[in-house]
Design a protein around this ligand. Structure first.
Ligand SMILES: [Zn+2]
Length: 210
């Protein structure tokens, strides 16, 4: 059965509401839903000035100076996004579902904001606000985790994998220990997914539907 305009519009409004609740700026919601600026301000913000402001994220520049924890968390988010896309979810649903799942896995305030997550997807897929692909997910040959890397970067170098660096640094770095405490991750057996599996909820698909 063909979806009516009313159904599509209600779906867009619901998606916009979720994005606003996750802290998205108006421009981000416009890209994701296709809804107009005035309608979004009228429905989801007290006025234009109450919406999140400031410079929009520019992830290629940010990524090169990001610290280890930020790179790990960006990789975790992008890996969950990829996994949900592979399950058949569209980019908007996968973005929202992956961001909710990522946030649930954090035992601390998340380092990746919703706008940053949106921008990472834009630069990884060349969609919405970006035409070109600047990032890709590489698979580490040592720990088998998927990690975010500059597009075209060699996959043979284990020095690019933030998860391997995290494991090396863990015993001596209090900040890393606090951020990724053993109690914050579910107990799992080693699997082919590598370290990343510890951070991914089994119900990733469920999160997108909630
Ligand atoms: Zn690794």
């Amino acid at each position: 059965m063909e979806t009516s305009y009313a159904d599509r519009h209600i779906k867009s409004l619901s998606l916009a509401k979720t994005c606003a609740e996750l802290g998205a700026r108006i421009k981000t919601i416009m890209y994701i839903t296709g809804l107009g600026h005035h309608e979004l301000v009228r429905l989801f913000f007290v006025d234009e000035h109450s919406a999140p402001r400031g410079r929009p994220p520019a992830s290629p520049e940010w990524f090169h100076q990001a610290n280890l924890i930020e790179k790990v968390e960006a990789s975790i988010f992008c890996s969950i996004f990829e996994r949900m896309s592979a399950l058949g979810y569209g980019p908007a649903e996968a973005l929202v579902g992956a961001y909710k799942t990522y946030r649930e896995q954090c035992s601390h305030p998340p380092r990746i904001s919703f706008d940053r997550a949106f921008d990472l997807v834009c630069h990884s897929k060349g969609i919405w606000a970006q035409q070109a692909q600047h990032f890709s997910l590489n698979v580490c040959r040592v720990c088998h985790s998927q990690y975010l890397a500059a597009f075209g970067e060699s996959t043979s170098c284990e020095h690019g994998c933030p998860f391997c660096k995290l494991l090396k640094r863990y015993p001596s770095d209090k900040r890393v220990q606090t951020t990724f405490s053993p109690h914050s991750t579910p107990q799992i057996s080693p699997t082919d997914f590598g370290l990343l599996a510890a951070f991914i909820a089994d119900d990733a698909a469920g999160a997108a539907k909630s």
